[in-house]
Structures are given as C-alpha cells and as structure tokens.
Design a binder for this molecule. Structure first.
Ligand SMILES: Nc1ncnc2c1ncn2[C@@H]1O[C@H](COP(=O)(O)OP(=O)(O)O)[C@@H](O)[C@H]1O
Ligand SMILES: CC(=O)N[C@@H](CCC(=O)OP(=O)(O)O)C(=O)O
Length: 292
C-alpha cells in the first residue's frame, strides 16, 4: 500500500491519539531477538514523531533468568512472580538497570528520539513496599510463600515523568521500586506499567509480549481472544486458562481498567509493527481488554 494511502487511512486514529500518553510495556520475551527489540523501539520513536507521548516500561525476565543460570542460581516463579532473595535482587538490578534499560535508551537515540532511563528512586518515582507473604496452592497443597524482595507499588509520583514528557523525552522505566528507608524491590513489569498508566492518566496501555494475545490455548494461535471484558478476565483466571507470566498481565489489566483507563492491549511484539497496527488500524492484532 502507498505510504500516502496508509496515512490517510490512519487519520481517525492520528486525531484520536494526538498528544495522548500511551504506556508501552515491552516484555522481556518480546525483546529476546535484537532485531525485534530494535523494531519495537523504532515504532515507539515513530509514535513520538506522530504526536503521541509514549512512555516505556520494560521487563527483562528471560535476561534475568539467563544471568541467574550463569551464576548458578535456579529461577523460581510463583503466580508469575520471581521469588527474589538478596542475590537475585542484585542480579535483577544489574540486568534491568545496567543492561536492558541502557540498551533501550541507546536504541531510542539510534532511531532519532531522546530517551531517558529512570528507576523507582529517580525523583521518588515509584515508592514500593514488600509484597506480603501469601498462601498459594501448589500441586494440590496449600503452601506459604514469601516472595522475598518482590514489591508492590505504594505510590507513584509522576512529577519527573511530566517533566520529561513536556520536554519531548521518551522515558524508559525499569520496574524497580524503593521504600523510604532505601530498600529496593523487584516489581513485576506489567504490574508497574499498570500502576504508572493509572497514576498518569494514560489513554491506553499496550503490553508487548511473545504471544499473539490472550488465548484459550497458548499453543494454538487460532484460539486468540480478540476482545475481553473485566468479568471475562476474572473467569479466565478462575478457570486456569491464564497461567505463568499472563497472570500479572491480566490482573494488572483489570486494575488499570478499574482505574479509569479505557483499554489495555496485549499484543505480539515479535510481529513487525504490531504496535502501530494495533493503535492505527481498525483490525487490532491482539487482545483488547475493556470494561465490558
Ligand atoms: N491463556 C494464555 N494466553 C497467552 N499466553 C499465556 C496464557 N497463559 C499463559 N501464557 C504465557 O504467558 C507468557 C507471556 O508472559 P511472560 O512470559 O511474562 O512474557 P513477557 O516477558 O513478555 O512479559 C506467554 O509466553 C505464555 O506462555
Ligand atoms: C517480581 C517479578 O517477577 N519481577 C520481574 C521483573 C521483570 C519482568 O517483569 O520482566 P518481563 O516483563 O519480561 O516478565 C522478574 O524478576 O522477572
């Protein structure tokens, strides 16, 4: 299709999103392939030049896993959350802040944008507290789980984000929070992205991962669910259709919609230009979650 034609077709969406703040959660699984990672960041820089205000929140689960294994540690997840002991926290910070965040900021620059990397203690951006231990059913047995240094958001202070957005920067946020005593917490990136989207009143949250969206059977592409209401999300969790890393995505989507954001989109970041197609065409490419 001619470029002129595509832009003309996209006009209604360009109007809808003009000046809109869009939180893009870039999952670690969407960034495994360096070319896919670069393509995603290029699309995000494109959003900026089309007049939107993108905010990146990134993960890095597979890279943390790889580093843990190199250091002789075995990753342990419960309900999609990494149980985080002292040493694991050190690895999480090293990988998310030292590797992934700086790489994303460099890619933003490479594609002509101005990126700024931030973590929870920059301008007290994410104030977090320890996630309380909870009882979880594992292999039919109820067990007490202490997640260690896994945190949950206490408050988001969006001041630094507003400053950056008003001055044309693309913020790239690593999901690390801090408490008033300076303790550092490992936050799930989807949960952090949701909390940030609500705190800044974003227009939409788009989560890029390595599957086409929410599926009845993640191994069968044809079982993709294009549209979900909050009630249906609860149903999928209760029926066990959603598992592992999809659990925090769905839980966060529910709280985002309840927090007043109109839509959450879960899409496959490995499909070229999935983000642009989801936002600027009427045939979305993944799962769109709305109130009803
Ligand atoms: N019902 C489901 N539909 C789609 N994916 C699912 C579902 N249940 C579990 N998953 C898993 O969730 C994964 C995505 O979450 P996650 O691994 O945390 O990705 P990311 O690193 O991109 O955040 C998929 O690769 C898939 O294996
Ligand atoms: C508490 C918790 O699980 N934190 C995540 C943070 C990174 C993340 O969420 O990465 P993805 O988006 O790639 O899954 C972790 O340690 O893996």
């Amino acid at each position: 299709m001619e470029a002129g034609e595509s832009f003309a077709d996209a006009l209604p969406w360009l109007k809808k999103y003009s000046g809109a703040v869009i939180v893009v959660k870039v999952g670690g699984h969407a960034m495994v392939d360096p070319e896919a990672r670069s393509g995603i960041i290029k699309d995000i820089v494109t959003l900026k030049f089309l007049g939107l205000k993108p905010v990146i929140v990134h993960g890095g689960g597979p890279e943390i896993d790889a580093m843990m294994k190199r250091m002789g540690k075995t990753p342990q997840f419960v309900s999609g959350l990494r149980v985080t002991d002292d040493e694991t926290l050190e690895i999480v910070r090293m990988v998310l802040v030292g590797n992934v965040n700086t790489d994303i900021v460099s890619l933003i620059a490479r594609h002509g944008g101005k990126g700024v990397g931030i973590i929870g203690n920059d301008g007290n951006f994410i104030v977090a507290r320890k996630k309380a231990p909870e009882k979880v059913v594992m292999n039919g047995k109820e067990v007490d789980i202490d997640y260690g240094w896994v945190g949950e958001t206490e408050s988001i202070n969006p001041g630094i984000l507003s400053l950056l957005l008003e001055n044309g920067y693309i913020p790239a946020i690593a999901p690390i929070g801090y408490d008033a005593a300076g303790n550092c917490f490992n936050l799930n990136a989807d949960t952090a992205a949701g909390d940030i989207a609500v705190a800044i009143g974003a227009t939409s949250l788009v989560s890029l991962t390595d599957v086409d969206g929410v599926m009845m059977d993640p191994k069968k592409k044809e079982t993709l669910i294009p549209q979900l209401s909050v009630a249906q999300c609860y149903e999928l969790i209760n029926k066990g259709v959603v598992s592992r890393g999809m659990i925090p995505k769905i839980l966060s989507s529910i709280s985002v919609i309840k927090g007043g954001i109109k839509s959450v989109h879960i899409i496959n970041g490995n499909l070229p230009h999935a983000l642009l197609q989801e936002l600027f065409t009427d045939k979305g490419v993944g799962t769109c979650i709305t109130l009803d």
